[in-house]
Design a protein around this ligand. Sequence first.
Ligand code: PLP
Length: 404
Amino acid sequence: MTRDEIDALDAADPLAPMRARFALPDGVIYLDGNSLGALPRDTGAAMADMVSRQWGDRLIRSWNEGWIDAPTRLGGKIAPLVGAATDEVIVGDSTSANLFKALVAALRIDPARRVVVSEAGNFPTDLHVAEGAVACVPGAMLKVVPRGEVLAALGPDTAVLMLTHVHYKTAERFDMPSVTATAQAAGAVMLWDLSHSAGAVAVELDAANADLAVGCTYKYLNGGPGAPAYLYVARRWQERLASPLSGWMGHAAPFAFADGYEPAPGMKRWLAGTPPMLAMAALETGLDLWASVDRAAVWAKSAALWRIMAAAGEAAGLECVTPADAAARGSHISFRHPDAHALTQALIERGVIGDFRDPDVLRLGLTPLYLSHRDVWQAGEILGEIVRSGMYREERFGERLAVT
Ligand SMILES: *Cc1c(COP(=O)(O)O)cnc(C)c1O
């Protein structure tokens, strides 16, 4: 594509005004993909209001002025991004903690079903948490199989199929409706991790008849580092499942201060302890950006940005490990290269921030809300120059950064 064609895409981009809603530093093309979404401009003011007014002036009264309902209110704001009803999503804890709650709850449905099936090479915490969850349920075990064999691994002993919808490294996307239907036909519960999906690609949990889902908010939802995560439980399960982290905030009457635990109705039972309100304030600002956004335009722009970077990678002779079919991938693109680490470092030196994923993947996030077509095109030009010049040799970048 020529530069004029790229500029025409930007001129016709309905999301172009969203760029101004983010505080991105000059001289940086931010293609982190997407371990930490960019800072919304309004987050600083929202945090200042949270600290000085809500905490400083209103003090304990703030719990009755919007704080106590934050987990359900924010869940309601995430719901449309994942195709759920507002009363099917709650915000709290980390993705790791929510995975644990969902897995143990699902393992308790049917004592004859004891196996959690997942994919080898899934995001590490998903497998690590599953290892911990099965250790908490008598007789339970974890079966990790190659990606192409997960459906064949389902059987009469399968309790849960736990998969990440968009793969963190390759961006490969499972077909949610058909995989969910296959898991359920085998009698298993389907648990999706949407960490690289929400805000990046269309997700329709209810339409796919999903059972459970978790996801992260500091990636494409711009909630801030370590922002609270979310949990989805389909309505039909809400009164049948309970959280193994039976904390007081999930109690039917937390302020009755009873000795015995009785789960709250609906999604509130999945709360454990007191919500982190400073983090909730930052997250809510990120979520509010989506209120005015045409989501179909976001998914379409993601595909357009991908094509630009895929063409640049191809021109540079790089091996793309992300599927070319837009419906079969997320919103990042990954290239495999023996010197991927050095390439990533060389890009960062030129102002293009992407990520290296061990051992040989360069991952570039394509965030439709704040990247222009020109940004991605320019990053592709820089990538091509670096590859052609050979200016990325590993000895220049001996030390690997400990970023996740
Ligand atoms: C980012 C990510 C997580 C993050 O888990 P935390 O508990 O927030 O550290 C989990 N799963 C997947 C698939 C992710 O991409």
